[in-house]
Design a protein around this ligand. Structure first.
Ligand code: SF4
Length: 293
């Protein structure tokens, strides 16, 4: 068996990320970039990679963690986010569903088909608001190659071609209050992210979210991993097809309004977070949360 050389591996993974950042001009000199830091392997590698990239370009970094309120699961992720941010000397801003929305995910998840629906909506909302308030011009997320392929297939499965506009290593500025995303791990396979964390003995949160098995993403991830084992190259083929489709569909764009209730950017009149809050406060909702406002 060929022994993995740690320095060579680190060099390979960081060079690929550095090249992606420079090829797509993901970060410009002087910008403040907010890293969405969950404490999982992908977000932790994103933080380390951007810290490393500061040797090549002068820009600022801040990290944001969001505690969704998942008992017995989230705390280790928060601990890992705190430790990694401290080790790298990056300021970490900690937010939670409880403080920002008045409820934990555990309080409300049972009112939805999947806990991932409210989780994703409120997390994106809190991340965007926090990054905007901090003056960050981009949010760097830990989406890796496998995540991107899964998201692509999920959009196909849902018939949601508007979501195609959210693919690629960077998202356009489509509203002044919507901080655009960049994905420095866009072409990094998930397996390599895990290997990086293990061979460098990085403190990361490895547990599976107790709600993840209910999600469409989990099913698609399993399907892709089984297919890849049996037919090596399947993931790359999906990604290549996706790039070809994007080349045809590059005029897909979404125009945004401001939510009539909270003022956050949205493609309709009411943003998804306010729409879900209406469901949560309705008398039919099991959780029936009283909002702090
Ligand atoms: Fe939230 Fe779903 Fe991820 Fe769990 S798996 S943290 S519920 S999005």
């Amino acid at each position: 068996m060929v022994k993995l050389n740690k320095d060579d591996f680190n060099d390979k993974i960081f060079t690929r990320i550095n090249n992606l950042i420079s090829d797509y001009d993901l970060i410009k000199e002087g910008e403040l970039i907010a890293v969405a830091l969950s404490g999982g392997k992908d977000s932790v590698l994103t933080l380390h990679a951007l810290k490393n990239y500061q040797q090549l370009l002068d820009f600022d970094l801040v990290a944001i963690s969001v505690d969704e309120g998942i008992d017995g699961y989230r705390q280790h992720g928060i601990d890992s986010a705190v430790k990694n941010a401290k080790d790298l000397n990056v300021k970490l801003v900690q937010k939670s569903f409880k403080d920002e929305e008045g409820f934990a995910l555990d309080d409300i998840y049972s009112d939805f088909k999947s806990a991932c629906i409210p989780c994703g909506v409120f997390r994106r909302n809190i991340l965007n608001k926090t990054a905007y308030e901090l003056g960050a011009v981009k949010i760097a997320t830990g989406h890796n190659l496998d995540d991107e392929i899964q998201s692509f297939l999920m959009s196909f499965a849902r018939g949601d071609t508007i979501k195609f506009s959210k693919f690629g290593p960077e998202l356009d500025v489509i509203h002044p209050k919507l901080v655009p995303r960049i994905k420095p791990l866009w072409n990094t396979p998930e397996k390599e992210v895990g290997m990086w964390a293990v061979i460098n003995d990085i403190d990361i949160h490895l547990d599976e979210c107790p709600y993840s098995h209910l999600s469409l993403r989990a099913k698609i991830k399993e399907f892709l991993n089984v297919s890849e084992d049996q037919y090596p190259g399947v993931k790359q083929n999906v990604m290549d097809s996706f790039k070809k489709i994007l080349a045809f569909e590059n005029d897909i764009s979404t125009s945004l309004n401001e939510c009539e209730e909270c003022g956050e950017p949205t493609s309709s009149n009411i943003c998804k977070a306010c729409e879900l809050k209406r469901e949560i406060i309705s008398p039919n909702c099991k959780a029936h949360i009283e909002y702090k406002q």
